[in-house]
Design a protein around this ligand. Structure first.
Ligand SMILES: [Zn+2]
Length: 525
């Protein structure tokens, strides 16, 4: 199952620029679409949960904390702006998931799902030139959510049961990714008719553009990002590059839209702002990370190292190569070398990266996180911790929910890994911190895995197995969770796991709950 399937037919990310509405400058230039909603936000959320459960279990789902922090940081800024503008109501705030799922796919796409879930392909992050372009796509999709376009689209399905709609959406996804899978849920012509019904209307696209543009600029992003994103689509369209930009297939760029865009760019001429060097360099590094993470085959990782070596060899380097470009190449090479278990090359590339990108706070922060990550894969807990402990003025700029007084997730998880690696007392501290973290974020599978490792390091077998089980459960793999719980109960029965009665009773309770969840999951299919 690939994320790719959803974008093609179901929901679009095409930035249909409705120049007329924007040029008039009024948020009310277009009448809001009529209501007539039949689906409550709560019901929509339930439907979204059902679809999301399948996607979280798919191999295409990537939980990368560094990229996750970045995209969520932009997403939260947009959400805050949408609240101020009254687009995001308290009811939606409370009912929707507001969760971003990263998909390991090189194609350029993002799509909104029912219930406030957002899918973002790594290919999108890799191919945008700056945070403004990324924000323009996210704002467009956010507006599909806040304008209840999904609920309206689903209402058009009449009295279809939610499980049927979920099956249709998942069926389209499966059919689009594999011709063999098509028969599983939807057959032949029926699929085509369903896909037609589940497209956004042209009016909805115009509304998502208008509202999205307002939200994006309100959030402090440069509106030029909207225009330059469109230029990208245009270029891909000219080269007929629908493989990399699949949404162009379902949303061809018409002559009218191109003309509209050109008019809009003339209006905006001179409005382009100078790019903040720090933000641009930090973005280039994160885009490079998305690019290598999208394809971690050995050939692709080797190519990332080679590219940096050849392009940045002394003679070829020219002043034309911006520091952002160099930082991106070196970041990709260092990360790839780390994955290739070549710590020497990784360290060499990282040192060169540090020389390019350590003078400004946001870039320096990303360089340190990468350094800590590389140190951990080389087994050097002390060096990782030293890098994480360096004081920073920047952690609040990228990837941090400023509405919560919290450490960013990537930094926290790296710190817990370093502590656990450092020995028993470190592992005890890590376990303590992780328990607090998980009390607030019980769906954080990586944190559960780290807690399992920290418990193992302290010789707490039952706790380690339970945390492992919870890591599976938090990704909705209840069958695997149940197996882990069965293993723990077996150890308890045989009396080989010590006398931790409290732990044994928690395991008993959770095991029953997971059993019930598994039965429910089986009924859903
Ligand atoms: Zn759209």
């Amino acid at each position: 199952m690939r994320f790719a399937g959803l974008k093609r037919k179901l929901l679009c990310v095409t930035l249909v620029f409705s120049v007329a509405a924007m040029a008039q400058g009024s948020p009310n230039a277009l009448p809001a679409l009529g209501d007539g909603l039949e689906m409550s936000t709560g019901a929509e959320r339930q439907l979204g949960d059902r679809i999301a459960r399948e996607l979280y279990r798919s191999t295409a789902y990537v939980d990368d904390a560094i990229l996750g922090d970045y995209v969520e940081g932009l997403w939260w800024r947009l959400m805050a702006a949408a609240r101020v503008r009254g687009e995001l109501t308290p009811d939606m705030d409370a009912q929707y998931a507001w969760a971003i799922m990263l998909g390991r796919d090189r194609s350029v796409n993002a799509f909104a799902l029912p219930g406030g879930y957002m899918g973002v392909h790594l290919g999108l992050i890799a191919s945008v030139d700056d945070a403004d372009e990324l924000a323009s796509v996210l704002a467009h999709e956010l507006s599909h959510i806040t304008q209840r376009h999904i609920a309206r689209m689903i209402s058009r399905q009449g009295q279809q049961a939610p499980w049927m709609i979920a099956a249709m959406i998942l069926g389209i996804l499966a059919a689009a990714s594999s011709p063999d899978a098509a028969g599983a849920l939807i057959v032949g012509g029926q699929a085509a008719s369903v896909q037609g019904q589940l497209n956004f209307s042209r009016d909805m696209e115009r509304e998502a553009d208008r509202v999205g543009y307002g939200v994006m600029t309100q959030a402090g992003f440069n509106g030029q990002g909207f225009a330059s994103m469109f230029q990208k689509l245009l270029q891909a369209n000219r080269h007929n590059d629908t493989g990399a930009f699949p949404y162009l297939r379902s949303h061809p760029l018409t002559t009218e839209r191109i003309a509209d865009m050109q008019a809009r760019q003339q209006l905006q001429a001179g409005a382009a702002q100078a790019k903040d060097g720090d933000t641009a360099v930090a973005h280039a590094m994160l885009a490079a990370r998305a690019r290598v993470l999208a394809d971690t085959s050995v050939d692709s990782l080797r190519a990332a190292v080679t590219q940096a070596e050849t392009e940045l060899s002394g003679t070829i380097t020219t002043p034309l190569q911006s520091s952002a470009r160099r930082a991106g190449l070196l970041y990709a090479a260092a990360w790839a070398a780390g994955e290739l278990r070549d710590p020497q090359t990784a360290q060499k590339m990282w040192a060169r990266l540090q020389a390019v990108a350590s003078t400004q706070p946001q870039s320096a922060y990303q360089v340190r996180l990468l350094g800590a990550e590389l140190a951990l894969s080389a087994g050097e807990a002390g060096r990782a911790m030293a890098l994480l402990d360096q004081p920073t003025a920047a952690s609040n700029h990228l990837g941090v929910d400023e509405t919560k007084d919290k450490k960013p997730r990537a930094e926290t998880l790296l710190r817990m890994r370093a502590l656990t690696m450092a020995g028993q007392s470190g592992a005890a501290r890590a376990a303590q911190t992780l328990q607090v973290w998980l009390a607030e974020r019980p769906r954080d599978a990586q944190a559960w895995q780290l807690l399992s490792a920290a418990s193992t390091a302290q010789g707490q077998t039952l706790r380690a197995i339970r945390a492992d089980a919870e890591a599976y459960a938090s990704r909705f793999d209840y069958a695997a969770a149940r197996d882990r719980y069965a293993a723990a109960q077996d150890l308890i029965k045989r009396g080989t796991a010590g006398n931790d009665y409290i732990e044994a009773s928690i395991i008993e309770t959770r095991s029953k709950q997971v059993d019930a969840l598994l039965r429910e999951q089986m009924r859903e299919r």
